[in-house]
Design a protein around this ligand. Structure first.
Ligand SMILES: *Cc1c(COP(=O)(O)O)cnc(C)c1O
Length: 383
């Protein structure tokens, strides 16, 4: 699979692919990545046919970004379509609400992203039956009967459990259900759900995909033309579209995705290894630690293990003191950015986690500096 004009080949390494992902063919005197196309409408004499008619339907800056994401989620695969959205929730909701009808049944993770319970209430208000199952040990297998759609989130946020995408997709398909995988935490460089049998890869681009904590974005990539037409129609109806500036910033950021993901994953492993030695730390989770409960399945389906480490400190007060004492880690929500962040996840009230549970997102700082900061903050936060 090569494209001589753009220099792309799906056989290249990830670093090579991300710097060229989605770029248009070179045109003399034009920039490599054209700037954002700020347009509510386009010149359109005569018959109103596409590709560009009105700004809620299509935008050339989205088109380039959609090509980039598609090349990363499904390298070399024909017929995969990608649509970008205003946020991860816009993308996830587009799949759920465009595919499900009153009387249908959907399976959601019980330990997934904290906005899913709100989505559940809305689905139920529309007469859709919602079942939930935890991510670990492929528990969804027990609740597939009669389901129309299954949403997996692996690794789960914030618990970092992992499920076997290939196994669950096969089982779901045998029951006639479609499968969507939330690929936010892993990114397309960490795992490729469509290759593992999923029908949709959905993600928040707000996290590591864009990686600088300055953009909200989401996307859906899917291989079923009819299902994707419904997702596209949903985007048009709801209007949950990204601004051209956000789309362009996202595309620009993807060029460094491999550098960031490799660095952040390697440092996350170093931080997890350091935390493992500490007696006050319990419930340490990182899918890339060989003795983690997620490791066996993660090592089969993931190519990188992500930037999030989670663990529990003995009390809420200890966790708060620890967060206070960190110098290089901002006390903030979200994850995947170049600057490390951490938070006491229980402060939101939405996740079933202990009071002292910390979700730490490892940034692009020097690993030695970050590990030293974490260990010092642990010492300083002790009574
Ligand atoms: C953040 C997040 C979302 C929601 O994304 P937004 O861009 O904030 O709407 C969905 N799923 C997971 C796993 C997330 O971490």
């Amino acid at each position: 699979m090569s494209d001589s004009a753009t220099g792309r080949s799906s056989g290249d390494g990830d670093g090579t692919r991300v710097v060229r992902a989605g770029l248009p063919e070179p045109v003399k005197y034009e920039p490599t990545l054209p700037g954002p196309a700020f347009a509510a409408h386009y010149h359109l004499p005569g018959e109103p046919t596409g590709p560009y008619t009105y700004g809620r339907d299509e935008n050339p800056t989205w088109t380039l970004l959609e090509h980039a994401v598609g090349e990363l989620e499904a390298p070399g695969q024909e017929g995969v379509e990608t649509l970008v959205f205003a946020s991860g929730m816009a993308a996830i909701s587009a799949v759920l609400f465009s595919q499900l009808r009153a009387g249908d049944t959907v399976v959601l993770p019980s330990d997934g992203y904290q906005a899913l319970p709100l989505v559940r209430t809305q689905l139920e208000a529309y007469g859709i039956e919602v079942r939930t199952a935890p991510t670990g040990n492929d528990a969804q297998l027990e609740v597939l009967d009669g389901a129309k759609l299954v949403l997996l989130e692996t690794p789960s946020n914030p618990g970092l459990d992992v499920c076997d995408i290939r196994r669950l997709a096969e089982a779901a398909h045998a029951h006639g259900a479609l499968v969507a995988v939330d690929n936010t935490l892993a990114t397309a460089l960490g795992q490729r759900p469509l290759e593992l049998g999923a029908d949709f890869a959905v993600a928040s681009g707000t996290k590591q995909l864009t990686g600088h904590g300055d953009v909200l974005l989401g996307y859906v990539a899917g291989r079923d033309a009819e299902a994707m037409a419904a997702v596209r129609r949903w985007r048009k109806i709801v209007g949950a579209i990204p601004g051209p500036m956000e789309a362009w910033l996202a595309h620009r950021s993807i060029a460094t995705l491999q550098l960031r993901v490799d660095r952040q994953s390697a440092t996350a492993l170093a931080v997890a290894e350091a935390l493992r030695e500490r007696p006050e730390v319990t419930g340490l989770r990182y899918p890339g630690l060989p003795d983690d409960p997620s490791y066996k399945v993660a090592s089969q389906q993931m190519r990188r293990y992500g930037c999030v480490v989670s663990f529990t400190l003995p009390t809420r007060a200890r966790a708060d003191r620890f967060l206070d004492a960190l110098r290089l880690v901002d006390d903030a929500t979200s994850f995947g950015g170049v600057r490390s962040t951490a938070e006491r996840r229980g402060r939101w009230g939405g996740d079933a986690v202990p009071e002292g549970f910390i979700r730490l997102s490892v940034g692009a700082e020097d690993p030695e500096d970050l590990v030293a900061d974490v260990l010092r903050a642990l010492d300083e936060s002790a009574e």
